[in-house]
Design a protein around this ligand. Sequence first.
Ligand code: AMP
Length: 453
Amino acid sequence: MSFDPLGLRVELLSAIASQGYTMPTPIQTQAIPVIFEGCDLLAGAQTGTGKTAAFALPIVQMLGENIPPEKRRRPRALVLVPTRELAAQVSEQMNNYARRLSLRSTMIYGGVNIQAQIERLHRGVDIVVATPGRLLDHAERGTVNLSRIKFLVLDEADRMLDLGFIDDIQKVAEYLPEKRQTLLFSATYSQSIKQLADDLLNKPRHIEVARRSITADAVTQAVYQVEKSRKREMLSFLISRGKWSQVLVFARTRYGADKLTEELLYDGIKAAAIHSNKSQSIRNRTLAEFKRGEFRVLVATDVAARGLDIEHLPHVVNYDLPQVPEDYVHRIGRTGRAGKDGVALSLVSHEEQPLLKAIEKLLKFNIPLKELAEFPQYAVKRSGANKIKPDNGPSKARKREARPAKQAKAPAKQAKAPAKQAKASSKASSLGRNKAAIERPAPKLGRRRSRER
Ligand code: AMP
């Protein structure tokens, strides 16, 4: 089926064509007619299904049919999203359609100076894409007038609730007219989503796409079991051996993301991190560079990665499993988007087994377990090392020193125990350590730098 029967204006069809879309995705085929009918909508659509265009196209078209004459227009469509990154992406798509019909769209999010946003709102806009907290701030200051809103979209509603935005959303809703069309998109349904839908939607139509599996079908998933202390090594190995062009790696903490990035750089793999401790401008710049293919590994925390839309992202790695099982679905939805294949791998340590079980329970299937035959198995023996030191295992300091010390001592060991050395060098080569990695600067320097941060 083409886009033609959906009744979109020629300007929008040409925008779609310029994006390279030839066929509507299932959520677009189902949602666009419902939105044109004027019904409220409760849509179960995972990320990567094309849901942004599914709501943006009909809203822009309907707004464009009736543009108020005044110059300082008040917003008539409001899209609430969980994160700044998603705001940027939705806004970019909205803008792409809106400007073709002489409509103005802006985005509002926290963490940046509010003044520029106030000025933009004051100049007049038709569409606002916003995170709930900052929008509420504007509503309370009276710097945004929401009394003309005709369309309210709650995008990735489950995630907004996970991030604790429920109160802000309810308060924002109090500024909106009763008579409006409300569309709620969510990858997962929980009791709290149903409650939110009951509160904000009026006799909604239900659409569910990709019910078969809650994870993107085009994503091949696998689990590798590996000791926590060897995850970095395994990741470097997978990237180098697989000649991965680009990978998005999820780390649990901001500190973990920075540390992993530093270690990958140390291994000669170009990497950068994004998380909420970095300023928005740095996050935007890093993302733009990653999209341009200027480096291979983007290490991100869940909040920072939410809404990232990177075309042709072939790999996602869960370096740490998420604490919340639903985040697994969101994470792996970064790859395998809009019909393209993707691979999502999880590096799972012994301690993370309960998290893996919780994810598999949510998915209703066991993620295939894979082994890396070439990857040295001595990681498993680390539990043996723990036996030698039964108190609390090797100290942090020892763990930190482990890698460089092995390399530094190797020649001496070679003289004493050739068999042992042969094993060590086969480990090194099978780890894919390239020349640059072996010739890296004196390890102590790097370590010291990492401690200073
Ligand atoms: P979304 O679920 O809105 O985040 O969209 C996921 C990805 O699918 C984005 O990269 C869109 O540009 C892309 N996309 C949306 N609609 C289509 C379509 N009809 N054909 C191909 N790609 C699409």
